[in-house]
Structures are given as structure tokens and as C-alpha cells.
Design a protein around this ligand. Structure first.
Ligand SMILES: Cc1cc2nc3c(=O)[nH]c(=O)nc-3n(C[C@H](O)[C@H](O)[C@H](O)COP(=O)(O)OP(=O)(O)OC[C@H]3O[C@@H](n4cnc5c(N)ncnc54)[C@H](O)[C@@H]3O)c2cc1C
Length: 361
């Protein structure tokens, strides 16, 4: 294990802003993760765990402690020998690129993650905010998470119920933030399973297949369609596309109570507008009845796609993505975020909650 000093973090993130990590290590083995954690503990250094850097805003002042990039690889299928079952367990190293794993699962005709194609970042990052898109979320397929418990200094396997998955949250970014370094994630997929077509854009695209006599789309076709939709929205990392120099969606879709939603819908109706909404999963958000589109709120508070403030702007393809136009500092991104939050609050009385993780602020 090598600990490096004063390593720039911006190139390790998709938004590409922020300063240096005082100490940095890239780790491929579980023992090295343990050793590095010990290094931080004995020197009383704050620890930050980095995956693919696709959900981060790193402060211009950088990270004063140790940043660990988890690079543990390997995709194994321990249940492959059970030919009678359609369930296939994939044990995937936290450092594996998420989309490489999805591609492999789809190539092996295993359903469960096809709609999550094209999401950047690492496998270890996926349980943290319960990554989701186009009608699927990783909580649907995660069986368990193997992690180093920094509090107890031991390796644990957390079964799914212990992970506390909800919309864009889990114990890893909630009650137990900073306690676990994820080493591997185990996903239970279904061999030969049908692709999920819950999302309207996907249903529309494959509407013809639904006509009697036509074959339903394959997992590979759904994966390709998802990637195409994502590309059109700047939500796929495509070299040379400035609109994907972002941290993905910058704000969460707010969950409103029935009364709050009614009030908002009435105010929208008085302007002859209708706000897109969908039912919140009640088991996940007890008091919330409806989720409303954060992108709609942003656009209807006067912030159109391409709206710029200095070197930071809203993507030209998606109202929820804040992008670095090339030479932005973290402070530019934060100033734009603040401006949008203020504008949406003034227009609609809702404080948008950011989705990315702020590091070193
Ligand atoms: C263009 C674009 C599109 C996106 N689309 C989506 C989308 O559709 N849906 C969605 O949910 N997200 C989306 N995102 C956000 C992001 O890709 C996901 O949240 C992703 O899972 C983050 O993984 P990462 O490895 O990059 O994590 P990082 O950004 O490196 O870290 C994010 C958080 O996870 C923690 N973390 C990372 N790895 C570990 C580990 N091994 N152990 C413990 N903690 C860890 C970090 O400490 C940090 O708190 C998008 C981002 C971009 C740039």
C-alpha cells in the first residue's frame, strides 16, 4: 500500500472541480483498505472514501485528511453451479465500473439491472444513495453488502434489510455515514428474466413490441435504449460532450405530503401549469404522498437549460444537471446551486435538496 501526498482530486471526479487530498491511496485489496484506515486512525486524519467520483463536489480547499480510492475488482457468480435456479448471485468488487458490471449481467442474460445501464461510477458507490433510474434501483437486487466497519474494525456482511434503503438513501449516506467502507456488493439477478419496462420513455420506445405477435425487447435492447436516452440528456459520460461534465442530477425530486402537493398543484394551476408528479413509495417515505419533478420546478422558476453563472451552468440537455463549463471552481458550482435553490424557494416555496456529496466543505 502506498500513501501519496497532495493529490489533485478534480481529475478523479466527473464534475472536475476542487482541490487536493492531503493524503491519498488507491487500494485493490481488502487488507490494504484496513491498513490505510489504520494509517488515518493513528494520525487522527479524517477519512474520505472515493469511488468513481461521479456524485461529488470537492471543495476548492480540497480534503485535509486521507482520501481512499477503492479499486477492488472481480465479478464472480458463486451460484453459477446451481443450474436449476434462475436466480444468479453476482459478487462484485467495489472498484468495478458499474456499467461494466451491467454489460456483463446483460450479456449473461441476467435481468435486474438493465435499466441502470450507463450510470457512471463504481459498484461500491451504488448502495450509498441506492442508485436508481428508469424504474429500477439497486435495492431491488442487492442481496448483501460486504464492508469494513471502521467503528468496530472488522469486516461485516450487511444483508439488504440492514442497509436501510430508501429513495436515494441508505444507512451509508444516512444514519451510519462514514462508518462503512464498502468492499464488495452481492446482487441477485434473474437469468432469462424479462426486462423492466416501467418507465414511460421506455414503454413508448417499445410500444410496437407490445402489439400481438411481436417479440418483447431483449435485455440488450433495453440496455441500448436506456443508454441512448441517457446520451440525449447528457446523462451518459461521452468524451467531448461538455454537458456531461457534471455530477448527474444535482437536486432530488422533493417528496410532498398530500396537503403540500395540493397547494403546489393549485398554485401551478392558477398559472395554467401542471406539475409532473408520481406517487411516492409509501413504505419508503411514510408521510410523503407524491414526488414532484425537481427539473420542472427549476425550469418554472426561471432557470432554463443552458442558464449560466460564470464558469458554471445548467446543462443544455437537462435542467437538473449543473455543469462545469471548463474552468469552474467548486465555488462557482455552489454559487449556481444557491441561486437555483433561492429561486425555486421564492417561486414555489420548496427548498430543493442537493443530491451529490459535498467533500471538504
Ligand atoms: C452523468 C451522470 C449521470 C448520473 N445518473 C444517475 C442516475 O441515473 N441515478 C443515480 O442514482 N445516480 C446517478 N448519478 C450519480 C452517480 O453516478 C451515482 O450516485 C454513483 O453510484 C456514484 O458512485 P461513485 O462510485 O462515483 O461514487 P463517488 O461519487 O465516488 O462517491 C459518492 C458517495 O459514495 C461514497 N462511496 C463511494 N464508494 C464507496 C465505497 N466503496 N464505500 C463506501 N462509500 C463509498 C463516497 O464516500 C460518497 O459519499 C449520475 C452521475 C453522473 C455524473
Amino acid at each position: 500500500m502506498t500513501i501519496q501526498e497532495n493529490i489533485p482530486l478534480a481529475p478523479l471526479t466527473t464534475l472536475q472541480v476542487g482541490g487536493e487530498a492531503r493524503y491519498f491511496a488507491e487500494l485493490k485489496r481488502e487488507d490494504d483498505v484496513r491498513e490505510a484506515a489504520q494509517f488515518a486512525k493513528t494520525r487522527d486524519l479524517p477519512l474520505f472514501v472515493l469511488g468513481g467520483g461521479s456524485n461529488l463536489v470537492v471543495a476548492d480547499s480540497g480534503w485535509p485528511g486521507l482520501a481512499l480510492k477503492i479499486a477492488i475488482g472481480g465479478i464472480t457468480t458463486p451460484t453459477a453451479s446451481d443450474a436449476t435456479s434462475s436466480a444468479v448471485l453476482f459478487s462484485v468488487g467495489a472498484g468495478v465500473n458499474w456499467d461494466d458490471f451491467v454489460a456483463q449481467a446483460v450479456a449473461q442474460n441476467c435481468a435486474g439491472v438493465e435499466c441502470l445501464s450507463g450510470i457512471p461510477g463504481s459498484v461500491g458507490g451504488t448502495p450509498v444513495q441506492n442508485v436508481g433510474a428508469y424504474g429500477q434501483e439497486v435495492a431491488d437486487t442487492i442481496e448483501s453488502v460486504r464492508a469494513l466497519d471502521l467503528k468496530e474494525d472488522r469486516i461485516v456482511v450487511l444483508p439488504k434489510p440492514a442497509c436501510g434503503f430508501r429513495y436515494r438513501s441508505s444507512i451509508f449516506n444516512g444514519a451510519e455515514r462514514g462508518r462503512y467502507t464498502i468492499l464488495r456488493v452481492n446482487y441477485r439477478l434473474k437469468r432469462g428474466g424479462a426486462p423492466s419496462l416501467k418507465y414511460a420513455d421506455l414503454q413508448k420506445r417499445f410500444a410496437e413490441s407490445a402489439v400481438e405477435g411481436k417479440k418483447p425487447p431483449s435485455l440488450a435492447e433495453v440496455r441500448e435504449a436506456v443508454r441512448e436516452i441517457r446520451r440525449s440528456k447528457g446523462m451518459l459520460i461521452v468524451p467531448g460532450d461538455d454537458d456531461c461534465r457534471s455530477a448527474g442530477s444535482f437536486f432530488k425530486n422533493p417528496a410532498l405530503s398530500e396537503a403540500q402537493f395540493k397547494d403546489l398543484a393549485e398554485r401551478a394551476a392558477s398559472k395554467e401549469l401542471e406539475i409532473p408528479s408520481y406517487p411516492a413509495a409509501r413504505s419508503q417515505d411514510k408521510d410523503a404522498q407524491r414526488k414532484v419533478s425537481a427539473a420542472w420546478l427549476v425550469e418554472h422558476a426561471g432557470f432554463s437549460k443552458g442558464y449560466a453563472m460564470g464558469a458554471a451552468s445548467i446543462s443544455h440537455k437537462h435542467a437538473l444537471a449543473l455543469i462545469n463549463r471548463g474552468d469552474a471552481h467548486a465555488s462557482d458550482i455552489v454559487a449556481l446551486k444557491d441561486e437555483i435553490q433561492r429561486g425555486v424557494q421564492a417561486a414555489w416555496g420548496i427548498l430543493l435538496e442537493p443530491e451529490p456529496v459535498f467533500v471538504g466543505f
